[in-house]
Design a protein around this ligand. Structure first.
Ligand code: FES
Length: 94
């Protein structure tokens, strides 16, 4: 019998906290998960082609004194590297 190894992390958006439980392969990337679970307006407009920068997230540093790292969520595959991290979904500003 095969067991799925779950990956848990936190998403922050518009004052809400979302505790995510997923597994490798459930979504192509973090952008897809965010669009299916939260659906922020105008998020990930180029469908993961890396051209629009509307899928930006800030990855909270382990040390709160350090600045968060910014990343395109379409470039973040769902894998163990996301485990236990906190991601803030940045609002789209045209
Ligand atoms: S979805 Fe367009 S850059 Fe990520």
């Amino acid at each position: 019998m095969l067991f799925k190894r779950y990956i848990t992390f936190t998403l922050l958006y518009a004052g809400e906290t979302y505790k995510i439980k997923t597994f490798s392969g459930e979504y192509d990337d973090l952008r897809e998960l965010i669009n299916k679970e939260i659906q922020p307006p105008n998020f990930g407009r180029c469908d993961g082609m890396g051209r629009c920068a509307t899928c930006m997230v800030a990855i909270q540093a382990a040390n709160p004194l350090n600045k968060p790292n910014l990343s395109l969520s379409c470039q973040l595959p769902i894998n163990d590297e996301l485990a236990n991290k906190v991601f803030s979904i940045l609002p789209y500003t045209p």
